[in-house]
Design a protein around this ligand. Structure first.
Ligand SMILES: C[S@@+](CC[C@H](N)C(=O)[O-])C[C@H]1O[C@@H](n2cnc3c(N)ncnc32)[C@H](O)[C@@H]1O
Length: 432
């Protein structure tokens, strides 16, 4: 089965080992990346995906472009918008979270970041986490230096040719004091990114300059510990001499405004991830079904200890963010909820934060019955108790047998990555 709208907040975790943390970048080592590929398989070619994930998914994980952005385009879809400000508005956590929309309409990508909005062309290689016109222009200059060559960040070295090197261990924390090694035994034991060079002092000045500090701040969450992303930076092909920050600004032809901006960001360094949670007013209706489906304490009903939350990533989407996303979906396609035949999927549906609001809007906007609204609303969830909560929530306060049958059929207990997405269709086929 394919769906008109997919609204999702997948588990943010590593796929390997016991680690519950996300792996840097957006590669397949993260469960949310596998979910993101699945969305493309499950969406109709006229449909829309609206997801909440770490922004790492839009980073370059190879030497050229962001693999997932290319996958979206190659599958006939386009990314319409990315909101990089979700931490500031809704999630008071240290790791970055963004929301993004993909559809079959080719528009420029609208990116919201640090309170401002900008348009990016579809052919961008990857999306910087902190993103505005100035940052994109500076990064482009650093990545496209005329007659420049790529940095050669190395992990392996040939002991016979080793002449000296630099290790970048602490750069990502905003502390760009570079260590220089002339003893080859040190270089690759550091576990950090390293560059092997016979011009260590010049490189040290380059990497310790304000412009490079700026580059590292901008990429702090981007998996920039990967060689691939750093190797996008170009340096002059021939000998270059650096004695000050200005030499580096000149090397990359930054204009006065860009230089001021770099200095401003470097001064601000460290303050980006300390967002305050905004207080958002609730506008709750008195309708009985709406009361039942919406008026519940966030993540209530089930005891979830810290270990469980770490393993399952049950951090549900706050209702005001759900509302905001549904509003944007409606702006993008005004028939989203007025046409009750449109099908919706959340394949990591938790206790139904998205699905309950979808059902409410379907009834409100199209005047359809609860049964009609439910029969086009689908969920998959890994934790059985969440499935039961979600079904009970969607069924409403006094459910009929028909309503109970629909939610039992449409909200399934399964691993979203291995589910066949037939939702009972397979049974119906054999009835005739
Ligand atoms: C971040 S929560 C989001 C829940 C809900 N969609 C929301 O936005 O509030 C992720 C949910 O995915 C579920 N989950 C984790 N791994 C899953 C899997 N492989 N298949 C389906 N659901 C999964 C978790 O139990 C959790 O409820």
């Amino acid at each position: 089965m394919e769906f008109d709208k997919i609204l999702v907040n997948p588990p943010f975790r590593n796929t390997s080992g016991n680690s519950t943390k996300t792996a840097p970048g957006g590669g397949r080592r993260n469960l949310y990346t596998s979910f993101a590929y699945k969305y493309i398989d499950l969406i109709k070619n006229t449909g829309t995906i609206y997801a909440i994930t770490p922004p790492g998914i839009f980073k370059s994980t190879n030497h050229s472009r962001c693999v997932y952005l290319d996958y979206i385009n190659d599958s006939g879809f386009f990314i319409n918008m990315i909101d990089l400000d979700e931490n500031k508005k809704y999630f008071n956590v240290g790791s970055p979270i963004c929301s993004w929309m993909v559809s079959s309409k080719n528009t420029d990508i609208e990116v919201s970041s640090i309170g401002s909005k900008m348009k990016l062309k579809q052919n961008i290689d990857y999306i910087p986490v902190i993103c505005n016109e100035t940052i994109v222009s500076i990064i482009n200059k650093m990545h496209n230096l005329n007659q420049g060559i790529n940095l050669e960040i190395v992990r392996e070295r040939n002991p016979d040719t080793f002449t000296g090197g630099i290790s970048f261990g602490s750069l990502l924390s905003g502390n760009n004091n570079i260590k220089i090694y002339t003893d080859r035994s040190f270089l690759h034991k550091s576990g950090c990114l390293s560059i092997e060079t016979n011009k260590v002092r010049t490189y040290k000045k380059l990497f310790e300059s304000s412009l490079f500090k700026f580059w590292f701040i901008i990429h702090r969450y981007n998996g920039s510990i990967y060689r691939s992303l750093m190797n996008r930076i170009k340096i002059p092909e021939y000998d270059f001499d650096i004695t000050s920050d200005d030499d580096v600004f000149n090397m990359y032809s930054l204009n006065k405004f860009e230089i001021e901006y770099v200095k401003y960001i470097v001064d601000l360094n460290g303050s980006y991830n300390k967002y305050e949670r905004s207080t958002i007013a609730d506008n709750l209706s008195n309708n009985l079904y709406t009361d039942h489906a919406r008026n519940r304490e966030y993540m209530s009903g089930i005891e979830r200890d810290t270990l469980r939350i770490k393993q399952t990533n049950e951090v549900f989407t706050p209702t005001p963010l759900v509302q905001e996303m549904l509003d944007k979906l409606e702006e993008q396609d005004p028939t989203t909820f007025t046409d009750p035949t449109k099908t919706f999927l959340d394949n990591s549906c938790g206790d139904g934060q998205f699905l309950s609001e979808i059902v409410i809007r379907k009834m409100e906007r199209s005047g359809c019955s609860l049964e009609q609204a439910l029969s086009t609303t689908y969920g998959v969830e890994f934790m059985e108790d969440n499935v039961l909560e979600c079904r009970a929530r969607l069924a409403g306060p006094n459910p009929t047998q028909e309503v109970l049958d629909i939610v039992e059929n449409n909200i399934v207990h399964h691993d979203a990555l291995t589910y066949h997405y037939m939702f009972g269709e397979e049974k119906k086929r054999y009835l005739f």
